[in-house]
Structures are given as C-alpha cells and as structure tokens.
Ligand binder design. Structure first.
Ligand SMILES: Nc1nc2c(ncn2[C@@H]2O[C@H](COP(=O)(O)OP(=O)(O)O)[C@@H](O)[C@H]2O)c(=O)[nH]1
Ligand code: SF4
Ligand SMILES: [Mg+2]
Length: 405
C-alpha cells in the first residue's frame, strides 16, 4: 500500500468547522490515534495527509483540514489553505457538529463542491450527545442526507465507509500512459538522458510509471541514453512500436529515429495521462499569439530541487522571449499554490505534474480553458519551440487534428 504513488490515490478531504471532530473522524476511519485532536479550536492551519486502505477502493489519501470558519486570528489563512485542498479532492466529507449547527460556511462549501463536481458525503458527528430529531433537522437544513456518526465512540463508522465507497467517482480510473498505443509482445524504446539534472542513482517517476505500464500490458521495453539510441535501434531485429524520449533530448532523438518509427515524449504521454492533451494542444497555439510585454504564469506542482539552468525559471522564459522577440513578464508559483484569478495572464505554462493528482491538474486546465487562456505544459512547449510537435503528436489523432486545424 505504501508503494502506490501518492498522486494516484483517491483523495478524500474531511471538511467542516473547527472542533466538528474532523481529526477524530479520520482517526476513527483509519483506526489510529495519530492526528492532532484538540479541544482548542483551530490547532493547525496546514492540511495533513494520511494514507489508508479502504476496500474495495484500495489505497486512499485522507486529507485532514483545519476548518472552513474564518473566525479567529488565523481564520483567513485557514480557509485559504482548506480551499486549496479542493483542487486535489476526489471526494469530500462534510462534518457537522450538531452543537454548532449549519451556517453560511457549510452552505458555501457545499455550493463550491458542487461547482467543482466533487462528490460529497455528509456526516453529523457527536451523536452520542445529540438527540435523533436534531439529526434529521440538520439533513433538511443542508439539503443532503447526513450520516449520523460518533468519531470518539466509534458509532456508525462502517456505514460512513460504505457511503464513501458508494460515492467515490467512477472516473477515478486513470487513462493509460502508453498501454493503448502498444500490444502484447511489442517493443517500446525509452530514451532516458543521464545528465546533471537526473537524480542520483534512480529513474524519475514518469519513466518508472511508463515502464510499469509497458509491463502491465505484456509488452517489453528497452531503455537507453540518447547516445546509445542509434546503435540500439540498429541492433533490434525489427522496428520498435514507438520510441518515447525525455523532452529535453527530443532534438537529438528526432534525428536518430527514422521517420517510419513513431516518436513521442514522456511529457506528451503525461500531458494526456495527467491532464488533457487536447486542451494543451489548443494552448500551444496561444504561444504563437504572444506579444512583448505579455504576462505569463509558470506553475510547478511541487517544490523540487532547482539546477542553475532550471527549466521553469531559466530555459522556458528564455525560449519564450526569443520566440516573441521582446520582454515578457513572468510569475512563478509552485507546490499547492495556484492563483484564484487567472484573467490577467496571457499564457499559463504548467509543469508535467508528475507529483500532482490528475484531478488537480484537470481543474487548473479546465479553469484556464474556460477563460480562453492558453495553457500548455513544459514538454509540449519544448517540443513546440524546437519544431518537433508535429512528430510528437502523430500517435494521437485527435490532438493532431486540433494542431493541424
Ligand atoms: N462527545 C463527542 N466528542 C467528540 C466526538 N468527536 C470529536 N469529539 C471531540 O470534539 C473535540 C474536537 O475534535 P477534533 O477532532 O479535534 O475536531 P476538529 O477541529 O474538527 O479536527 C475534541 O474534544 C473531541 O474529543 C464525538 O463523536 N463525540
Ligand atoms: S513535473 Fe512538476 S510535479 Fe513533477 S517534479 Fe517537475 S515540478 Fe514537480
Ligand atoms: Mg483537527
């Protein structure tokens, strides 16, 4: 269970006001006593992530949040951090404290969850000290059926688990990385540069996950550095089904892979797996409409170690400046921060999102797309500025069609 990458799990957020019993409820659900349970309202502001096995869903991540009420000194910060959680939430549990009742905070939260298409499970906690009529009344007030529970007395916890399983989104099944492009016994060649930017002693997550998807589909993979690619292709008895390369090596690899062999990038595979290839392809067209002085948001989903020639901080700004032939204004965000207001940006460039869950990236993508703000990811941008997107999109007919329109 610990081996499933964090980003691929169903994310369940526990939301509600301070002292509703959110942390106690997570303890009850996970059968542990690790989270901070406190009688003082608002102990923490940062969301806490915990893993558990929830059959039949498998490994899930529970997100314990601080509170949706903005009272107190840290109130605004707490609400902001809790709202940020919604971007990565696949299912939300709203916890109501019968003593506190239902107010604006709960109604607004429910509305926001509905806007974001996040399935909701409602729970009334502390029923060990609540009258039954009160529970029915609260359900009516909020307009959703609330599951009565007691976190500390562990009453109806199994029923709540059933509600969670029942309401878990069915589209949680993620799309293929490469499995739909290959058949059993076929060969895939993966090109993995081992340079300064590569972590010591291991492969990075997108490479490992692609490899795993090849194996899951009963196919085989040959992994080479870009320098060994040409020789390796010549050694193979027949052409591989597809070659996948790290985007930064795309140009060299492009020259070494004969035109008859399909070639794409890990970043294109992950643009599809983690986001939406069609939205990104539309976004790429927006790059060509940039003008000097335009404002560009560069967003990275994690705070990874940065090299001197960092792709987000140095390379992409340089390429874009060269492309428009003038100055551009760049803003950078990383990790869980992503601006609420996107209107002022002319382009958003997002990282591959390997450490983020699909829901969060999709939310960012759809938000930008609905405002007609072009959004692209690193790999597709790199492919485009190097003039090789035509080739990288060939294995994906729909995206290719949008691109050629
Ligand atoms: N009587 C009763 N008290 C509870 C129950 N669940 C939580 N509490 C208490 O409510 C207080 C707040 O709980 P906590 O889990 O820290 O709430 P949070 O702020 O929402 O995370 C603590 O004193 C808990 O012991 C319950 O089911 N019954
Ligand atoms: S692609 Fe994004 S999430 Fe993955 S390591 Fe880079 S910055 Fe982090
Ligand atoms: Mg708590």
């Amino acid at each position: 269970m610990q081996k499933t990458p964090q980003a691929n799990r169903l994310h369940i957020a526990i939301l509600g006001r301070r002292n509703a019993g959110k942390s106690s409820l997570i303890n009850a659900l996970t059968n542990q006593d690790l989270t901070v349970v406190s009688e003082v309202a608002g102990t923490t502001t940062d969301p806490v992530y915990k893993s558990m096995e929830l059959l039949p869903l498998g490994p899930v991540t529970m997100i314990d949040t601080a509170g949706i009420d903005d009272r107190g000194e840290l109130g605004k910060l707490r609400v902001k951090k809790t709202k940020e959680v919604l971007g990565r939430t696949d299912l939300a549990i709203i916890v109501i404290d019968p003593q506190q009742g239902i107010e604006k905070a709960e109604r607004e939260l429910l509305e926001e969850l509905r806007e974001r298409d996040i399935p909701v499970v409602g729970a009334v906690n502390k029923i060990d000290q609540t009258e039954e009529d009160k529970i029915e009344l609260l359900s009516e007030e909020l307009g959703i059926q609330l599951q009565p529970v007691s976190a500390t007395k562990r009453i109806n916890i199994e029923d709540l688990k059933k509600e969670i399983v029942f309401n878990a989104p069915s589209e949680f099944e993620e799309p293929h990385i490469i499995g739909d492009l290959i058949k059993p016994q076929q060969t895939v060649v993966l090109v993995v540069p081992v340079d300064m930017a590569a972590p010591k002693g291991r492969l990075i997550l997108p490479q490992v996950q692609t490899l795993r998807d090849v194996l899951d589909n009963d196919a085989q993979a040959l992994i080479v550095k870009e320098r060994e690619l040409k020789g390796a292709l010549e050694e193979l008895k027949s052409d591989p089904e597809i070659v996948v390369t790290d985007s930064q090596a795309f140009m060299d690899v492009d020259a070494d892979v004969p035109a008859r062999i399909p070639l794409t990038g890990f970043s294109v595979l992950f643009a599809r797996y983690k986001g939406d290839l069609e939205i990104y392809t539309r976004g790429i067209k927006g790059i060509d409409n940039l003008n000097p002085g335009d404002k560009i948001l560069i967003a990275e989903a994690c705070t990874h170690h940065r090299t001197p020639d960092d792709i987000g901080k140095v390379k992409i700004p340089r390429w874009l400046r060269q492309l428009v032939g003038g100055k551009l204004n760049f803003e950078h965000v990383s990790g869980r921060e992503f601006p609420d207001q996107l209107d002022s940006y002319d382009l958003i460039v997002h990282c591959g999102g390997c450490m983020a869950n699909r829901k969060e990236i999709l939310y960012r993508l759809k938000k930008a797309d609905s405002l007609n703000i072009p959004i692209v990811n690193y790999g597709m941008l790199i492919a485009h500025v190097h003039g090789i997107l035509d080739r990288a999109l060939e294995p994906f007919p729909l995206a290719q069609m949008i691109w050629e329109e």
